[in-house]
Design a protein around this ligand. Sequence first.
Ligand code: HEC
Ligand code: HEC
Ligand code: HEC
Ligand code: HEC
Length: 192
Amino acid sequence: MKLWTIVALCLAAAVLVVGVSNSSFHVSAQEGKKPQDVYTLSQSAKLGAVKFSHINHVTKNLSVDGTKPIDCIECHHTAQPAAEVAKHPPHKTAWPADRTTTLTAELLEKDPNAAGVALCTDCHARAGEKPKLLPEIPTLKLEGAAEPVVLNNQQAFHRNCGGCHDEVAKAKPATTAPTSKKCVACHKKTAA
Ligand code: HEC
Ligand code: HEC
Ligand code: HEC
Ligand code: HEC
């Protein structure tokens, strides 16, 4: 690497660190955004975009056992204090790092600015891209695997979304939840 590249990288890192610690809630400038009812995810995927009903996933009883709504932190895993995160290995990262609150519908309602929700892709960037909030895309060492998995957007979403749907299908084979292998049940060329 050329010296100026290294200097530029150091400066960028310093700016990032200062930004995160001074104004943690404003870095991603989400400014207490409410979730949309429906998101069109993965708009750049060759297979097609994925329609995700946030509202269904937080209001209907879509937990694996079908008895309750899914907790916010099952997906927004960094939106809880570090001590809570530590109870859910392999997770260990809280964001912002010094947060004291756990994301719930009530918290978001009461104080949207303190809810501290970062977009998944701000950390789980697309392969080869630098995430907005981390120095690099996080990796995870799985038991028995030689190389750690790079948790890019594809890996993170497939594990989170497909992982739950696979569990649901085991318990309830007739479910409409698209399992990991059903690529085009999620990815649609026309995300209608
Ligand atoms: C602030 C950064 C950040 C945000 C935002 C974030 N993640 Fe992560 N994610 C990580 C890091 C770092 C890890 C590695 C484990 C750890 O340090 O907690 C991880 C791990 C994971 C894993 C692997 C854990 C496992 O059990 O397989 C999944 C899946 C995942 N994230 C999905 C998501 C989804 C879905 C979202 C959005 C709803 C999201 N993440 C938001 C940083 C983030
Ligand atoms: C099944 C996974 C899942 C669950 C459960 C979930 N979310 Fe989300 N949420 C997402 C995804 C995916 C997005 C889309 C944006 C992204 O890429 O991170 C999102 C976006 C958001 C955003 C918008 C962030 C922004 O800046 O635009 C907020 C706020 C939010 N969720 C709050 C909540 C709250 C509060 C709960 C619990 C009541 C919750 N979410 C439960 C997956 C989930
Ligand atoms: C903790 C469990 C869980 C997680 C995490 C989860 N889902 Fe689901 N999802 C379900 C269940 C259960 C259904 C089945 C709904 C039904 O039977 O009516 C479902 C249904 C769906 C459907 C079918 C259409 C619909 O809305 O009924 C799509 C598409 C979908 N999920 C996308 C996603 C995406 C994308 C993510 C990740 C961002 C995700 N899901 C995360 C449990 C989950
Ligand atoms: C449960 C829904 C779901 C299923 C099933 C699913 N995907 Fe995905 N996939 C997603 C989501 C959500 C993303 C990332 C969203 C984002 O970055 O905003 C994604 C991302 C990807 C990406 C990365 C796109 C990019 O360049 O950013 C590829 C490639 C991909 N999926 C292929 C597949 C293949 C192949 C299968 C079947 C083996 C599959 N997916 C099954 C939901 C799904």
